[in-house]
Design a protein around this ligand. Sequence first.
Ligand SMILES: Cc1cc2nc3c(=O)[nH]c(=O)nc-3n(C[C@H](O)[C@H](O)[C@H](O)COP(=O)(O)O)c2cc1C
Length: 346
Amino acid sequence: MTTLQQILGTELPLIQAPMAGAQASAMAIAVCNEGALGSLPCAMLGPDAMRSELAAIRAGTDKPFNVNFFAHTPPTPDEAREAAWRAALAPYYAEFGIDPAGIPTGPGRNPFSAEVADLLAEFKPPVVSFHFGLPPESLLAKVRGWGAKVLVSATTVDEALWLEAKGVDAVIAQGLEAGGHRGHFLSHDLTKQLGTFALLPQLVRALKVPVIAAGGIADADGVAAAMALGAAGVQVGTAYLLTPEAMTSALHRAALKSEAARHTALTNLFTGRPARGIVNRVMRELGPIGPAPEFPLATSGIAPLRAKAEAQGSGDFSPLWSGQNATGCREVSSAEVTRALAKGFR
Ligand SMILES: Cc1cc2nc3c(=O)[nH]c(=O)nc-3n(C[C@H](O)[C@H](O)[C@H](O)COP(=O)(O)O)c2cc1C
């Protein structure tokens, strides 16, 4: 069977999870140069930023790297849901002296598109990964056109089988422990979501393509445990959040280092899709699952509250993304985190 390293072209079957808003080329380069697969999250990058980040990676490493995109279908705005969302936030707008009439509506994150595929073709990234399913076949064909390998998150056996039937090169088993957005796309029923060590062996049994374990893996022992359950490799996110290469804010870093990081929950309040973060005031008072419009439309309503609160040194309205296991977060370089995790491949 083809190993994950052969598919990725890396020395190690280790992927630094793409983390939109929390890292960019600097972390990807550091990880690639350690023999693992560094990732550039592109969900929140416009074309100019994407181009300069890709150029930085090409200049910083000659190793394979991954670029990551969201593959959601943009929702039709729903006035009633938007109104309910603004009503839920109204007391906070009043508290912070924000005029709600001045808050624009609109998306916060764009899905993979033909324009982006054409931009990527200039750089030919060897690996492209998607979250929230796959883009349309015509766009995928463009990615395949330069020979990229395609990885996609699956959160259930049904999603994994669906992805395998579409010809993806490997499936990322994203367990419920994982930080950031859940990657589910066939069903929005959260009761169908499984923990990493329940999901992983089921996918290993059901699939012919390699399965990459993600969620709650924080150190070499976690890596070894995932490999013992049949993973072909691992993808780790949260453990990189305190590194100097991460763009994690000071507030977010403080939360990750505190006892608060022991309590995370899935919340839809920041974007409209369930994502795992450290429980904070808005999650406690309105959720964690609350009356938010569909992804990514919730982002604009909460953005001014986040900005005001952060200016006062508070993370009460910020997404403090974290997996359930933040014990691997250390203030060391991304290279060092990578080397420590690599010791799990025994
Ligand atoms: C801060 C943060 C941001 C994330 N952003 C993305 C993203 O942009 N794209 C993606 O595919 N996954 C994203 N994820 C999820 C990761 O791919 C992965 O599933 C997760 O980090 C694994 O669990 P762990 O955080 O416990 O290691 C993010 C995770 C975190 C912690």
